[in-house]
Ligand binder design. Structure first.
Ligand code: PHE
Length: 502
């Protein structure tokens, strides 16, 4: 004995009324069930071989606004040729346009098609149009007027000739094309047999209500079974962008490790982005090619005189730091230039200038800007992560240990530290992680201990461990994305497919 649910019975009976076969829409009409209910019933009936589902692709074509306009007024080239004929077959473009009252925006298109369709020639210099032949009504025009009478139309039902015009109108962007899957249900022999044996519909209850319980009716009604393995409709819930999820994870890791988040301005003076970090004013990274400078306003304000003078002297001769400095004349004007920060170290150093007492354990995850030509590896707007620790006796060992733990929390186990160079740290290193999927080592963060030339002008007396680097690489690594542009393309398909939790 086959046990059928109410909706399945209703679907079968509707199909019987439709003489064994009908589209889902018809079954919906006849059975009085909702579309989703019919689809669900149909799926379980097919698994029991009582019905078959036939799928057919259907292409639907309908006019868009411009298409509708041309369908009513005639294609622009038709309007021109009609007017040209009226004017005796030869006339200047201006006259023909005026006669046709053709809108300016359609002129180039109209002339192009006049030529392509061989309806007229245009003599370039004098801009004179001359008609060539009696232009017959093209299939594109036939399809247009058919659509004007009655749309949407099903492309598969059109004549071969008209089907060819579909792509023409599509390329001219006069129509919207939509693909649909048409589903038809058909009773199988087993389905017919079951119906002949007779099926009754028994009412089923899908929700146990307080009333059913109070009245005791729940004992008599037939409760509907749920098939939790049945396929449900696909839903695309709102979710956090995959890149943003990783940013959030990095943030959580820093917080777990006892760091506090700091933020700073995106528009920064060269002073905090470069000078305070002991980058000489002729450093190549400062050039326009690498840095976005602001045109309006061009300059910002420098901090207090003490700090500015100390930075100036350190650049010029090393000041009290024991260094010889860069040995050039430091320019306050250059330092005032406004720019989009090129690294989050600008945020760090700004913060340090106001927090000189240990311990300091802060981080930032934020946007930075570099004047890069955008390609699969480069973006002009990207993210950096950065962390610092300032405390009385911290050393390079602490920095290495901290980074190892940081990476471990990100799931990156194999880490090495290679020598590196930054104008503001000594010693400096690059931390590289092994990526098993790619079988290579990848540089992730630069690191080091801030130089006295950076710390002394700000009055900082304790060692500062710092590391920072690009976040996008890490995101690409985690998401398996090979083209960096993909992260911010808003490719809905990709966003939908990526899991809610990374
Ligand atoms: N600011 C460096 C960069 O942009 C990274 C870095 C941060 C290096 C802190 C050392 C210390 O690549």
């Amino acid at each position: 004995m086959v046990e059928l649910r109410e909706n399945e019975q209703k679907t079968l009976l509707a199909l019987e009324k439709l003489r064994g076969r009908g589209s889902v829409d018809r079954v919906v009409e006849v059975s009085g069930l909702a579309h989703a209910a019919v689809m669900r019933a149909a799926l379980s009936l097919t698994t029991r071989n009582l019905i078959k589902i036939h799928e057919r692709k259907q292409t639907i074509i309908a006019l868009n606004r411009e298409g509708r306009y041309h369908a009513r007024k005639g294609l622009p080239e038709r309007r021109l040729i009609n007017s040209l004929t009226k004017l005796g077959g030869e006339a200047s473009v201006e006259d023909v346009v005026e006669e046709a009252t053709l809108e300016k925006k359609f002129l180039t298109i109209a002339l192009g098609w006049l030529h392509r369709k061989g309806w007229a020639t245009i003599r370039k210099k004098k801009r004179v149009l001359k008609s060539l032949k009696e232009p017959p009504t093209g299939t594109d025009e036939k399809l247009l007027s058919l659509l004007d009478e009655k749309d949407p139309l099903i492309v598969e039902d059109l004549s071969k000739e008209l089907q060819k015009a579909v792509s023409v109108l599509k390329r001219r962007r006069l129509v919207e094309i939509d693909e649909k899957t048409l589903r038809e249900l058909e009773l199988t022999d087993a389905g017919w047999e079951l119906i002949k044996r007779g099926i009754e519909t028994v009412e089923e209850v899908s929700q146990l209500s307080p009333k059913l319980i109070r009245t005791g009716k729940w004992q008599k009604v037939k409760l509907r079974r749920f098939d939790v393995t049945a396929p449900g409709p696909i839903v695309y819930p709102g979710k956090i962008h995959p890149a943003q999820q990783i940013i959030q994870r990095v943030r959580d890791i820093f917080l777990e490790m006892g760091f506090t988040e700091i933020r700073g301005p995106i528009v920064e003076t060269a002073f905090w982005n470069f000078d305070a970090l002991f980058q000489p004013q002729d450093h190549p990274a400062r050039e326009m090619m690498d840095t976005f400078y602001l045109a309006h306003p061009r300059k910002g304000r420098l901090p207090t005189k003490d700090i500015v003078n100390a930075v100036a002297k350190t650049h010029e001769n090393g000041w009290i730091t024991g260094s010889r400095g860069w040995e050039y004349t430091w320019s306050p004007d250059e330092a005032k230039r406004l720019m989009l920060r090129t690294h989050t170290t600008a945020v760090t150093i700004r913060y340090l200038a106001e927090h000189k007492e240990p311990p300091v354990k802060v981080f930032s995850v934020d946007r930075i800007y570099r004047n890069e030509k955008v390609d699969y590896k480069h973006l002009a707007e990207l993210h950096q992560i950065e962390g610092i620790i300032m405390d009385k006796n911290v050393t390079l060992r602490d920095l290495i240990g901290t980074l190892k733990e940081f990476y471990l929390k990100l799931g990156l186990k194999k880490v090495q530290f290679w020598p590196g160079y930054f104008p503001y740290t000594e010693p400096s290193a690059e931390s590289v992680v092994y990526v098993p999927e790619l079988k290579t080592w990848m540089e992730l963060c630069g690191m080091g201990i801030f130089r006295p030339e950076v710390l002394a002008p700000l009055g900082i007396k304790y060692p500062v461990l710092a590391w920072g680097g690009g976040l996008e690489r890490l995101i690409m690594l985690k998401l398996g994305v090979e083209d960096i542009r993909h992260l911010y393309k808003n490719d809905l398909g990709w966003i939908r497919r990526s899991p809610i939790c990374q």
